[in-house]
Design a protein around this ligand. Sequence first.
Ligand SMILES: Cc1cc2nc3c(=O)[nH]c(=O)nc-3n(C[C@H](O)[C@H](O)[C@H](O)COP(=O)(O)OP(=O)(O)OC[C@H]3O[C@@H](n4cnc5c(N)ncnc54)[C@H](O)[C@@H]3O)c2cc1C
Ligand code: FES
Length: 314
Amino acid sequence: MSNSPTKKGIFNASVLQNRGLGDKFSRLSLELEKKAHIPFSNASAGQFIQIDVSNLALPDEKLIPGELSDSARRNILLRRPFSFADIDSSKNSTIVEILYCVLGPATLRMKTLRTTDIVNLIGPLGTGFTISEDKKLAILAAGGMGAPPLIHLAKVLKNRCPNTEIIAFVGAKTKIDLSFFDIKTDKLKIKSDVILGEFAKHNIKTVVSTDDGSVGFKGFVTETLADWLRKNKPDGKNAIIYTCGPEAMLSATAALSSEFKIPCQVSLERRMACGTGLCQSCAVKCRDKTSGGTLYKLCCKDGPVFWSDEVVWE
Ligand SMILES: Cc1cc2nc3c(=O)[nH]c(=O)nc-3n(C[C@H](O)[C@H](O)[C@H](O)COP(=O)(O)OP(=O)(O)OC[C@H]3O[C@@H](n4cnc5c(N)ncnc54)[C@H](O)[C@@H]3O)c2cc1C
Ligand code: FES
């Protein structure tokens, strides 16, 4: 088992590519300076970085979506947290991949990053997923923008746990919300047959669903997961669920974990001011197993990954 936090640092990174994926999403590839090599080669899936975007300019007026025309002009004082969709750490370079969705002033400015631009970041931060090499089955459940850390986790599991069977459940509101994936649907429009390149390249079976049925099964990702669990009845002692997505989905997955007695790790999101445990802005209400009461943990330091049964779901 390993998810121990690695030593963090403040590093510069050079933009290798910042590629738009549909209207809302982009993939940012960053090459980190040499001294980032050791911390990032030891980073675990589920950890994150805080990027400084305070110096970036807004994109051209006509590229600002109407719904962001007011909020786009807000000053950006705080760094923004992003999970790794991948880390490629070879002898000579450390490349971090981020998948991001444009939601407000910071992510809008990130769209203007060009190859060779330099950004400053802090990381790797937080506590990532626990890898149990003896598990026979790992179930990944991703909702919307919760997918990036699970894409990274899939690669890590494939390398470190070659004997573990992995299955991924991926859900989103609608097909467009999956456009950061390398998605292939079958030409005969058999709806359930959807291939996501990021999982398929590791031979990981994937079950895709959308709330509106525009691709994959119609319904919530937790419904396809529940159906699969009912049919396959995996032995909870040999299985683990890893999940990341909207809080309601995480809470529903936590309920399935307790119904089917399968341990589950959830990656939570909170607004994060510092990302390093100093400002206390990212509290997560947890059970105190010793006293039976509750206590607050920090999402940026104790998390973002928690065991689902330690979180108080409200
Ligand atoms: C550990 C962690 C990992 C993340 N990984 C990714 C990732 O891989 N890809 C990605 O696209 N985004 C990720 N996010 C979310 C990302 O940090 C925010 O979308 C970003 O900071 C938005 O900045 P903004 O200025 O563009 O928009 P803002 O104006 O700051 O936010 C836009 C909207 O998103 C909501 N929001 C912003 N941040 C959060 C948050 N942390 N929790 C809940 N709601 C929030 C706001 O309430 C607002 O409604 C992650 C967040 C955390 C905490
Ligand atoms: S973001 Fe500051 S303590 Fe967590």
